[in-house]
Design a protein around this ligand. Structure first.
Ligand SMILES: [Fe+2]
Length: 605
């Protein structure tokens, strides 16, 4: 059975499941080179169909995530908007609608809005509006989706199925966990298919919906406060989370009180209750938080989120009596909340999959399709267990050849084959930065060593160099380590039996980690968000770190995603040339592609 999964909301993606095996999965942003790209994933689908030589007759089903979508998502609004645009829509549109009861048209506020990138949908014909205008014909929009998907694949409509947003998150989370133990599967996000949260139990592979609601506004509130702190409400939540530990106790009690009053859980309920006076999630807080400092707001928000989620998960445990949890959906990106959830006594096992946000919907839709076609018993046998997050675009000799021939690379870099990573490890030990582009690309926003920057995790100067010269990141943001499986327990403290190996959870660090990995832990609270690197999952990357360990005694490297600030992670080595060298005149010390290390010529250093 050949199934193609699609998600056409923001962070759109596609996947291919062949005879129960996830062969390919990729977010469209990598192909379009536009962060959080939303709309029909045309470029990744074209690549997929060509790469696996799929003709219409080969496709058994196309599983599409989201039963319905707002036009803003198909038109990529959330990702295309700048921080300034997000403020403008709040102030000139939502405020007028909600507080002044004025029926302002979104097209009036953004008359020149233009969809950027390529979509297969007729984006020029779709009118920009929100549900507040009461003029969106959702049925018509779904008809467009259905017709165009049908046309794109040249298949009959009876092969196309649509699946609920939160169900997709839940199915992805469950099947990405190879243990397949009986578990709660919990989802929470900024909203999809009129739902903000769901709770399922899975017993012997059978899903049972325990609760579905529109009350978990945790994600919505987190986004609004991110904007209130003048960061991007779609992609900068992690910056607020990284900022939170820096503040002292300055006004924390009073700020937490404001948050706790806005949203809470009564008794043993699975439902959240919001302050009746909260008309919206932005202006409500603008007023109340006006006198308080940015860092205290960040900490208050983070602690409120953690406490509320703990209470919710406890109530879920009290209801289902199951101590295993899988957490999926955008809120599961909060690695600090995940840490505290994992530490609770009522939690035996906690798993957050790689790419917990909307990028996973296409895979969740494809898994849902299998489940519905085969029934739960057969679906659990049929869907092969997944123990890695490398799903697309494998680097081969052709990529290397093309990269070597590039005029910029020829001019600025000297190549040397380094199959065993001996030279690469030496460069890292010397305090230099290495950009690595090997094997298949990681799924989700975290780089896991195949499209990563690396440096010595004990070298603060190397970290600073990376921060300032290459990444242009915020000064408060911590880096993370990739740790050899052999060294994991000596660096990472806490409940690690069921390790979240994809950097989706943080832990406390050991004293040894604070020495060996001082550049790759949070400088203030000393927490660590590790990737576990084992030889059977990522052979090459394991080999690289092992070489570094031989000369440094450290069983880890500092690893951060290989991208320029606000651009998607590199997909093809050619993207390094475009995004770094041509666009930004940034020359990385060393670039490792396929099996070759390209070192910046001395004359250009
Ligand atoms: Fe979602």
């Amino acid at each position: 059975m050949n199934i193609i999964g699609i998600s056409d909301t923001h962070d759109s993606s596609c996947c291919y499941i062949k005879n129960g095996k996830l062969i390919f999965a990729c977010a469209e942003e990598r192909f379009q080179r536009r962060k959080n790209f939303g709309s029909f994933p045309i470029k990744s689908l074209r690549y997929l169909l060509k790469k696996y030589k799929l003709k219409p007759k080969d496709i058994d089903y196309v599983a599409v995530a989201n039963l319905s979508l707002p036009t803003t998502n198909i038109l990529g609004l959330n990702s295309q908007f700048s921080i300034k645009d997000h403020l403008k829509i709040q102030e000139n549109y939502f405020y007028e609608h909600l507080y002044n009861k004025k029926n302002i048209k979104l097209t009036k506020i953004f008359p020149k809005y233009k969809f950027l990138g390529e979509s297969y949908y007729p984006v020029k014909k779709i009118k920009l509006s929100t549900s507040l205008e009461n003029n969106i014909d959702l049925f018509n929009l779904n008809k467009i989706r259905n017709n165009y998907i049908c046309k794109f694949f040249n298949i009959n409509k009876n092969k196309i199925y649509f699946f609920d947003h939160h169900r997709c998150h839940a199915f992805y989370g469950y099947f990405m966990d190879p243990t397949r133990l009986n578990t709660n599967v919990v989802t929470s996000d900024g909203g999809g298919d009129k739902t903000y949260e769901t709770v399922f139990t899975v017993k012997k592979g059978k899903f049972n919906l325990v609760y579905r609601g529109r009350t978990s506004l945790v994600g919505k509130i987190y986004s609004s406060i991110t904007l209130l702190l003048r960061m991007h409400p779609v992609r900068h939540h992690y910056k607020v989370m990284g900022l939170a530990p820096y503040t002292s106790n300055y006004n924390i009690k009073i700020i937490k009180k404001i948050f706790n009053k806005s949203l809470f859980i009564k008794g043993k309920s699975l439902k959240f209750t919001k302050d009746k006076k909260m008309k919206d999630f932005y202006f409500y807080f603008v007023k109340k938080l006006k006198p308080y400092r940015f860092d205290s707001i960040a900490r208050g928000l983070q602690e409120f989120t953690e406490d509320l989620l703990i209470k919710w998960f406890k109530n879920i445990f009290l209801k289902t009596k199951i101590k295993n949890f899988i957490f999926s959906g955008g809120v599961a990106n909060n690695i600090k909340a995940n840490k505290r959830l994992n530490e609770q006594k009522f939690v035996d096992k906690f798993f957050a999959p790689p790419g917990p946000g909307d990028e996973n919907l296409s895979i969740g839709a494809a898994f849902s399709m299998v489940y519905d076609r085969l029934g739960y018993k057969n679906a659990n046998k049929y869907i092969k267990k997944i123990n890695n997050a490398y799903f697309a675009y494998e680097i081969n000799e052709e990529h290397l050849k093309k990269f070597k021939m590039n005029k910029y690379i020829k001019k600025y870099y000297s190549p040397k084959i380094d199959k065993n990573f001996k030279l690469t490890a030496k460069k890292i030990k010397k305090g230099e930065i290495v950009a690595v582009c090997i094997d298949k690309m990681e799924f989700g926003a975290r780089a896991l060593g195949h499209r990563s920057f690396m440096c010595d995790p004990s070298n603060i100067k190397a970290k600073e160099k990376l921060n300032n010269l290459i990444k242009q990141r915020d000064f408060w943001m911590p880096f993370t380590p990739s740790i050899l499986s052999d060294n994991f327990s000596s660096y990472v403290k806490g409940k690690t039996k069921y390790c979240n190996k994809y950097m989706t959870m943080s832990y406390d660090s050991s004293e040894l980690a604070q020495k060996h990995l001082k550049a790759a832990i949070h400088p203030k609270d000393l927490t660590i968000r590790p990737q576990l690197v084992s030889p059977n999952v990522c052979k090459k990357y394991y080999k690289l770190i092992k070489e570094f360990k031989k000369i440094s005694g450290i069983g880890a490297v500092l690893n951060t995603s290989l991208n320029i600030h606000e651009k998607p992670i590199i997909m093809d080595p050619q993207d390094i040339v475009n995004d770094f060298i041509i666009s930004k005149k940034i020359f990385i010390d060393n670039i490792y592609v396929y099996n070759t290390l390209f070192t910046l010529k001395k004359i250009h250093k």
